[in-house]
Ligand binder design. Sequence first.
Ligand SMILES: [Zn+2]
Ligand SMILES: [Zn+2]
Length: 325
Amino acid sequence: MVLERPGTPLAEVERPDPAPGPGQVQVRVAACGVCRTDLHVVDGDLTEPRLPVVPGHEIVGRVSALGDGVGDFAIGDRVGIPWLGHTCGHCFYCEHDAENLCDEPGFTGYQIDGGYAEMTVADARYCFALPVDGEDSALAPLLCAGLIGYRSLVMAGDDAKRLGIYGFGAAAHILAQVATRQGRDIYAFTSPGDTAAQAFARELGAAWAGGSDEASPVELDAAIIFAPVGPLVPAALAAVRKGGTVVCGGIHMSDIPAFPYSILWGERTVRSVANLTRRDAIEFLELAPKVPVKTHVVEYPLAQANAALDDLRAGRLSGAAVLIP
Ligand SMILES: [Zn+2]
Ligand SMILES: [Zn+2]
């Protein structure tokens, strides 16, 4: 399923199997999660795609061929392919343990063909071995929603006991399980009136769930915003205590309105989380089975990718959409 031009539906295209180049693995896709970032690529909010491009960066599949020089994987291995598909290795960020901020990155499903396909190729250095247990489709959302949620949780701080989550979709439903297991209390803020999402949050252990137009019932230690809605930044800032952090976990957000300095005062921090490092993935993929994280997925046949994107855009999903080729 190929994006030829932003703002248009994906087109179903027949292509020959991609051959793995040096250092690459060829992977037969078993499942690929649908991430909000895919929507931002398809809708043109993200302006640097390499077109035409196959979206999808939550790929679970099995290695079907090895390029020259690949030693870490064997044919048949189940692997995960995430958003971070390439880094330069020599910029300031790569040299300072922050490859997620690389100046010359390549992202899967954006500049590198991704997993809305039956087969793909990827640089083996950015692929991960996956736990032996678990359905392919259940693991797919871990590869972005899970990873970004985990990185956001780390940025929220170890001392964030009372944690607000704004936007209760794929990332939040995984994060809530990890955070409650760590003994944190989750306060889930959904779109106003989205009682289904609020019930879902309570099912997953949230101490409280309500609309983002409601005042938080407690002063929060930190908040994580997944919804791409700029006005949530001042709303979250007003809800966190002195010294608390507001983490913006999405890649794109509508403009943040002006707000009074008093809600930032008191050494509150607003920060974003960008992409992931390979170390985040290794840590999180080790942690997830221990929680254990149980993902709630809605499967769509690959050819229904446009319907899955529409459902995500319209907020009709609870949990994560996954495409099955
Ligand atoms: Zn770099
Ligand atoms: Zn993603």
